[in-house]
Design a protein around this ligand. Structure first.
Ligand SMILES: [Zn+2]
Ligand SMILES: [Zn+2]
Length: 248
């Protein structure tokens, strides 16, 4: 039997509430306003109209989340399989996701993480990906960046995915050395810039995890983080990002 996304969301939400205790569930059930247009939404983070404006690519490559006709693995992934087992995104890095991610990262709009995580959880449910993993691992920030910002946007997103999809958040992936921001570098230097930048500070032996981040662009940062998780023993690593930059 195939369940609709809303049926899955209800199921996962209750499973998540049962796991975290009743008190957390009460907070989720409070009436909310849409994070984009402020209309009343019941207990969802976005109204139906705004949620409909965000959609995963209809035909996306299951390995890199870039458009691929028929939803089959794209030629690039067949020729050079990425470090991770699967990738998905809530939508392209375009309006309104780009603005929402920028509000979260640069304007400390933490409540918007709930809306972003909810959309990402729905994308994972649509792809039947929730059952493939046991936990969510937020992409860690460099310690200096974390101190300056006061929060890690990937962790805020992962917490929201946890609430909707009923998956737990696991720590243990850390930045092991400083690397200059990827955005400042040409694409071909990005792989070298982040090589060895991550380490598993806990054992991931036998784990099936989804690495959660806000945006995937070249994929170099994700690849470096994924190889650290693999060195830590992870069996399966997926990359779940809110937005996917389309130029790949
Ligand atoms: Zn709205
Ligand atoms: Zn691909």
């Amino acid at each position: 039997m195939r369940l609709s996304n809303s049926a899955k969301a209800t199921l996962y939400k209750w499973r998540g509430r049962a796991a975290r205790g009743a008190l957390a569930g009460v907070a989720i059930a409070l009436p909310q306003r849409c994070a984009l247009c402020s209309c009343a939404t019941g207990d969802a983070c976005l109204c139906d109209a705004c949620a409909a404006a965000i959609a995963p690519a209809a035909d996306a490559c299951p390995r890199c989340a870039l458009p691929s006709a028929g939803g089959v693995p794209c030629g690039r992934c067949l020729a050079h399989p990425p470090a991770w087992d699967a990738a998905l995104a809530a939508g392209p890095y375009a309006f309104p996701l780009d603005r929402m991610v920028q509000r979260l990262k640069y304007a400390a709009d933490l409540p918007i993480a709930a809306a972003l995580g909810e959309r990402l959880a729905h994308a994972a449910m649509s792809a039947d990906a929730v059952a493939r993993v046991d936990a969510l691992v937020p992409m860690p920030l460099a310690p200096a960046r974390q101190r300056e910002r006061g929060y890690n946007q990937a962790r805020e997103i992962a917490k929201a995915v946890m609430r909707t999809a009923g998956l737990r958040v696991r720590d243990g992936l850390v930045r092991s050395r400083h690397a200059p921001p990827q955005a400042d570098l040409p694409w071909r230097e990005r792989v070298r810039n982040v090589r060895g930048a991550f380490a598993a500070a806990a054992s991931f032996a036998g784990a099936r995890v989804a690495l959660v981040d806000d945006v995937m662009t070249s994929g170099a940062t994700a690849a470096a983080a994924v190889s650290a998780l693999r060195r830590g023993g992870a069996l399966r690593v997926e990359v779940w990002t809110v937005a996917r930059t389309l130029r790949g």
